[in-house]
Design a binder for this molecule. Structure first.
Ligand code: B4P
Length: 197
């Protein structure tokens, strides 16, 4: 497995979506991949948590939704992501962590990227057993990491987000990686998946 320098020089794939259940490690891996590919990691969950912490109008709108384990409305998320993807730092690429989470969001993303003349190049799916997802989230201890909220987020994931797996598989973009391994092992597998055809 090559180091960071080799990845920067050798991998053309730089517009990437991280897909996976809550607690599957999307955020953790997005940061490692962003460093390896020298592109920004964009976490919608993190952007929303920052808005809540800052007490902004967006934060006030999403705080209760997140605390309940529900999804923020597609239209609002579309605005948040569209304005983030207008910034100059994404010209060379990006790792999207936590967006899209519904087929509606995936279609909105297609529109945003089409206007910029670019496309998603790979969708990386992290697979982790449900018992481990719950164990990790309880260990993380975020405001929305109480057991009943975690179970609701998992239910919402199965209902709204899992359909994206076939959505992207049909487009030939999906690569699946076993996320139930040490962090560095998962990162190496993801980088290998970016290099594969
Ligand atoms: P997110 O912030 O996206 O959080 P997540 O899916 O719960 O976690 P992630 O998969 O990133 O796991 P992590 O790396 O942290 O979403 C939070 C909320 O925001 C949503 O419920 C929703 O309300 C809202 N939201 C966000 N985006 C939205 C959208 N597009 N539309 C609507 N609403 C949206 O890892 C979890 C834990 O496991 C960590 O403690 C980590 O250290 C540990 N871990 C990671 N990898 C590990 C490994 N390999 N082994 C052991 N532990 C590991």
């Amino acid at each position: 497995m090559g180091g960071v320098a080799e990845v920067k020089g050798g991998l053309p794939v730089r517009r990437v979506i991280m897909l996976g259940a809550p607690g599957s490690g999307k955020g953790t891996q997005a940061l490692h991949l962003a460093e390896s590919l020298a592109v920004p990691a964009i976490s919608t969950g993190e952007m929303l948590r920052e808005a809540v912490a800052a007490g902004s109008e967006l934060g006030a709108r999403v705080e209760g939704v997140m605390a309940a384990g529900a999804l923020v409305a597609d239209d609002l998320m579309g605005e948040v992501v569209a304005s983030r993807l207008e910034r100059d730092d994404v010209r060379a690429g990006f790792i999207l962590d936590g967006y899209p989470r519904t087929t509606g969001q995936a279609e909105t993303l297609d529109g945003i990227l089409a206007r910029a003349g670019v496309k998603i190049e790979r969708v990386l799916l992290l697979e982790v057993p449900e018992a481990e997802l719950i164990r990790r989230a309880l260990g993380r201890g975020r405001a929305d990491d109480r057991e009943e909220v975690i179970r609701e987020r998992l239910r919402v994931y199965r209902e709204k987000t899992e359909p994206l797996i076939s959505f992207y598989r049909e487009r030939g973009l999906l690569a699946t990686v076993d996320g139930y391994q040490p962090v560095a092992t998962v990162t190496a597998a993801l980088i290998a998946a970016l290099g594969a055809d």
